[in-house]
Design a protein around this ligand. Sequence first.
Ligand SMILES: NC(=O)N[C@@H](O)C(=O)O
Ligand code: NI
Length: 162
Amino acid sequence: MSRIIRTEPLTPEGFAPFGDVLEVAGTPDKVINQGMCHRYHDRAALDFFRGHAGISVFDATPRSLPHVLDMMERHPDGSQAFVPMHGNDWLVIVAPDADGAPGTPRAFLAGAGQGVNFFRNTWHGVLTPLHAPGLFAVIDRIGGGENLEEYWFDTAWRVEAS
Ligand SMILES: NC(=O)N[C@@H](O)C(=O)O
Ligand code: NI
């Protein structure tokens, strides 16, 4: 018997306990390139312990709703940003910490043009595209050690569209 969570729109306010939303929003911080480009400057809290920032490209297999969430993970030594290289919606699942395990997850539906940066040590589901191509640039910690803690649920969660 799965436990149900329903998707909710990704907003900076809703996501604030878990990380940053990367999107064009509000007044640009800088207008550059002779007025031809708006720069939304320095919009993510990057945090890498005993390592450095790296950019990787992920080609992830699309999933579909309803989605079975049986595992969440976190990275104790670094933040992790997912930046779509496509224009589709995709799924971002996070959870508060509850004594060293994920608490009740929240499933955010990211829209076209939205990326996220998970704060260091934030419980999250693995990269979850909903359409092909599942291409993302990922900015996270490059360094020694595992930097990965997984938690497998005894009873899976079922993520359903709202
Ligand atoms: N393992 C890996 O590189 N990716 C995961 O951290 C993930 O959050 O998808
Ligand atoms: Ni991760």
